[in-house]
Ligand binder design. Structure first.
Ligand code: GLY
Length: 329
């Protein structure tokens, strides 16, 4: 049996067990339109942080499964989560800063080292699309605050109140004590980062968040910082981060993970080394959570975090599943 036929046979055996009706419906179409790879290679593939990664991946797969571009997939995938008012860490419904203002950070990067980002953006549901506009419609990489909002409006986006009743009530409750004590894997699972490898072998990534709950007004985390919250090098792989953004920025986290993959490290090992670097630079990490997620050019992936509890969603032709990342502690 040729490697290709073996792959298809394995795919059909696994598919029935793990695929949603959407995947089953599209599978024949995908097999016609998407180049499949064999052996240890997998493409297309999309991975993203946390459980909200499952519906995000499903939206991304609608594009990847049709042979579409990774860049479109990572934008459309995370838009689903940005639009969900029940998600308290991304887009509308995101927890506000300590002044009660929801400020959003996002970035996107494609296979040609093109990138765009917005930080401290208010009143716009889809910062990831504004980030893509920055990348495609300006000579810049990062727009912030008022300037980012003005640019979004000029580019046809509508103003929306991002503070939902639920997050306002929670914020008012928090105001009574005004203590900032992030809880590992609760307040810290503040990001969706998504990495995709398309059928043509191109990588792209996206990252979007409302950031740390009840942060100082104006605080920007790692998520819109290219090289920290996200990095893509189409020759090597892509990485993104979640958790305490300040710690990710301090080690240029996602860029480090990509460089470790360039040196031949498996994605999980690269994430582990980056996590160990953060641990080595902090006396006490008992209240600090950071997780990295990485995908290489062959479709191999892995994640690693400081503490147990970080998980990520993986979608391929064969399956849509959650994976628990290994952790240092
Ligand atoms: N990792 C997201 C943030 O710190 O804002």
């Amino acid at each position: 049996m040729t490697a290709r036929r073996k792959f298809i046979k394995q795919a059909s055996l696994l598919g029935g067990l793990l695929l949603s009706p959407f995947h089953t419906h599209h599978k024949k179409h995908i097999q016609k339109n998407v180049q499949k790879t064999t052996g240890t290679e997998t493409r297309p593939i999309v991975i993203s942080t946390w459980k909200h990664g499952l519906p995000a991946n499903e939206a991304a797969w609608k594009i990847l499964g049709e042979g579409g571009a990774a860049l479109d997939a990572v934008e459309q995938g995370v838009r689903v989560i940005e639009a969900d008012p029940d998600n308290g860490s991304v887009g509308i419904g995101g927890r506000p800063d300590r002044d009660g203002i929801v400020t959003l950070d996002a970035c996107i990067m494609d296979q040609n080292y093109r990138c765009g980002a917005v930080a401290c953006l208010t009143d716009i549901v889809h910062p990831i699309t504004v980030a893509r506009y920055v990348m495609e419609r300006t000579p810049h990489v990062l727009l912030v605050g008022e300037g980012a909002l003005q640019f979004a409006l000029e580019n046809g986006m509508k103003k929306t109140n991002l503070l939902t009743k639920k997050s306002e009530q929670e914020w008012r409750k928090w105001l009574k004590h005004s203590q900032y004590q992030p809880v590992i894997n609760i307040e810290n699972h503040d990001t969706i980062g998504m990495l995709a490898l398309d059928a043509s072998g191109h990588l792209s990534g996206s990252c979007t968040t409302s950031g740390m709950a009840y942060k100082l007004h104006g605080r920007v985390g790692d998520s819109p910082i290219i090289g920290a919250g996200l990095y893509v090098d189409n020759e090597v792989g892509a990485a993104c981060a979640t958790g305490m953004g300040e710690e990710v920025i301090r080690i240029a986290g996602s860029a480090i993970v990509v460089e470790l993959m360039r040196q031949g490290k498996h994605p999980e090992e690269a994430c582990r080394i980056a996590v160990e670097r953060i641990i080595s630079r902090n006396k006490d990490v008992s209240h600090l959570q950071v997780g990295f997620l990485a995908l290489n050019k062959h479709g191999e992936y892995g994640g690693y975090s400081i503490h147990k509890g970080f998980n990520y969603a993986v979608q391929t032709l064969d399956s849509a599943k959650m994976v628990d990342a290994r952790a240092a502690q």
